[in-house]
Design a binder for this molecule. Sequence first.
Ligand code: PMT
Length: 404
Amino acid sequence: MLRDRRVLLIISGGIAAYKSLELIRRLRERGAVVRAIMTAAAHQFVTPLAVASLSENRVYTDLFSLTEESEMGHIRLSREADLVVVAPASADLMARMATGLAGDLAAAVLLASDKPVLLAPAMNAMMWAHPATQANLGTLERRGVMRVGPGAGDLACGEVGSGRMAEPHEIVAAIEGFFARAGRLKGRRALVTSGPTREPIDPVRYISNHSSGKQGHAIAGALAAAGAETILVSGPTVEPDPPGVRVIAVERAAEMLRSCDASLPVDVAVMAAAVADWRVEEVASQKLKKRKGEAPLLRLVENPDILASIARREHERPALVIGFAAETEDIVENARKKRVKKGCDWILANDVSPDAGTFGGEANRITLVDGEGVEEWPQMTKREVAQRLAERIAAALAPRRKPE
Ligand code: PMT
C-alpha cells in the first residue's frame, strides 16, 4: 500500500510515456498522491489533460509560467514529495541530470531536489548501450539514484534489444519496495568506513592501496536510504558523497580511528575501508632526495586495527560490528579466522585477486561468515550487495517479538 505517499512523477519524451498513464492509475489505486511534471517532448505522446485526470492533480510543465510558479514554485514541487519517479527517463533527460543542467522544469526540479529519485529508463537499444548513456547512468547511480529496468524485447523503433521501459506493475513494485525499505532502520545510527588510507612517506609520497570506496560508499548510502542516521568515515576517493550521509574525510589510519571513536555510540559499524596495515615510522618533513646508488630505507610500524578496537570496546560497543576480509586465497578459512581474531560479529569476505576485479570494479561476490555459519552470495553489483547487507542488518537489529 502507498497510502498518502507523495510521488512526484516526471514524464519525459518517448513512446513509453503512454505507460505512465497506467502507472498513475496503479499508484492512485494504492492511495499514493501523484503530482506530475511533463517535459515539452512528453506532450507529443500523452496529453496533460489525460495525466491531470488520472492523477487528479494539476500537471506542471513550464519553468517560466507565472501561474505555475505562484501556485507551486519548482523548489516546493521537489521538496513536497517523498519520492521522485522519472518514467520514462529518456537518454536526454538522464544526460541533463548527470551534468546538472536545469533548462526546463523537469531538469530544474531534479537539480533542486533533495529527495530520492527512481528512474525507469526507456530508449532505443543503441542509445541505451552507448558509452555516454552508460557513463551518465554510472554517475547518477553513484549519486544514489535508483533504477528499475529497462527490459529487453521489441522496441517501438522496430529494433530488438535493451531499452524497453519497465512495465507499470514493475515500477509500482520498485516504488513499494523503496517505501518498505525506507523506514527499516529509522532511529538507528550507523558508522561505515570506506576507501583506502594514505600513509605519508614524505610531503609528496605515500603508501596506499587500490580501494576506490565504491563498496563502502554504497553501504553507507543503503543504510541512510533505510532510514539510519549514517556517518561515513572515508579515506581519499572520488566517489560522490551518498545522499543523506554525514561524510568525514580522512587520510591516515590514525585519523580514521579517531573519527570512528568520535562517532560512537552507533547501533551498527561496517568497516569496509582498506586500511593500510603499516605506516612509515618517521615521516620525512622534506621531500626525500635521490642519492646516487642509495635507496632510502623505510621503517614501517603497524597501524592501529580500527575494526578490532571497535569490536573489543567495553563501553559503547555497537550492537553489530561488521568487518570485511579482503582475501586472495582460502577465502572462507581466512575469513573465519579473521572474524575470531578481530572479535566482530560478521565478516564479509571478498576476493581481491587482480582477476576478480573487486578493487575499483562495479561488482562484488560476498561470502558472509557469522557465528552460525557461512552464506555465499551470488555475484552482484556493489549497490546490490549494499542493499542486501542493509536488509540483513535491519533484520538483525529489529526488536525480537516476545513469544505469545
Ligand atoms: O573500495 P572498493 O574498490 O569498492 O573495494 C572494496 C574493498 C575490496 C576494499 C572492500 O570490499 C573490502 O574488502 N574492504 C576491506 C579491505 C581490508 O582492509 O581487508 P583486510 O582483510 O585487510 O582487513 C579486515 C578488516 O579489518 C576490514 O574490515 C578492515 O577495514 C579492517 N582493518 C584492517 C586493518 C586495520 N589496520 N584496521 C582495520 O580496521
